[in-house]
Design a protein around this ligand. Structure first.
Ligand SMILES: C[S@@+](CC[C@H](N)C(=O)[O-])C[C@H]1O[C@@H](n2cnc3c(N)ncnc32)[C@H](O)[C@@H]1O
Length: 210
């Protein structure tokens, strides 16, 4: 990290997936403290609120880009018990293990084929992962494949990436192909109000239809 960079810029400036993985591995043990204290991160509650609204408590849920397990912790507090953590970074997954709320842990990369059977989840949730230099728009295809018809996919997305990051094309393409339908789209909200006030996230909820 250079002197004039903060941790978020350091993460965003990763040159490739391997560097991103290494940086998250390095950051993992201080991630929650830094995100809360330095950036005022409140990302997960909104995605979890959406899950509570649409996903039944006995659902098997994939937490895609689970990080240190903040989403799993909140889901578990709401009574969800069949939680599967997946992340690029083993270091982040190691922190998630310490939450004792997930039944499975998988090191996988969104954007590549996921090593899960088709229709093997009732829902997928991805908070703070569809962002600059992280999971690409194409990763939504695999989330649709692994979630059964009638299940839900909940994710946060930066509004600027909707247009510029190829998400609009993928999201509307999946809709016109009859793969999913839009259930809810939240308002853009600041998620890193302290350190990065320009970063906005929007919660999207889709129902898988095929
Ligand atoms: C900002 S953190 C969010 C973690 C957690 N979901 C939360 O809400 O606190 C982003 C996470 O996505 C993971 N990640 C980034 N790109 C990924 C990819 N292509 N596939 C899987 N995980 C990825 C990172 O390792 C990191 O744990």
């Amino acid at each position: 990290m250079t002197e004039d960079q903060n941790l978020i810029q350091w993460i965003y400036s990763s040159k490739n997936e391997q560097e991103l993985e290494e940086r998250y591995d390095q950051w993992a043990s201080n991630y929650e403290k830094n995100m809360a204290e330095d950036f005022g991160w409140f990302g997960p509650p909104e995605s979890v609120d959406a899950a509570v609204k649409y996903v039944s408590k006995d659902a098997r849920i994939l937490d895609a880009g689970a990080g240190t397990g903040l989403v799993g912790q909140l889901l578990n507090e709401q009574g969800y018990q069949k939680l599967v953590a997946m992340d690029l970074s083993e270091g982040m997954l190691e922190q998630a293990r310490q939450k004792h709320v997930y039944g499975e842990f998988h090191q996988m990369v969104m954007g590549e084929t996921l090593d899960f059977p088709t229709d093997s989840f009732d829902a997928a949730i991805s908070s703070g992962v569809l962002t600059v230099g992280h999971a690409p728009a194409s990763s939504l295809h695999e989330l649709v494949r692994v979630v059964r018809s009638g299940g839900h996919i909940i994710f946060t997305l930066r509004p600027d990436l909707y247009e510029d990051g190829g998400f609009k094309e993928v999201q509307t393409g999946l809709e016109s192909d009859g793969k999913w339908k839009l259930v809810e789209m939240g308002d853009p909200k600041q998620v890193l109000p302290k350190g990065e006030p320009d970063v906005l996230h929007q919660v999207w909820v889709y129902e898988v239809t095929s």
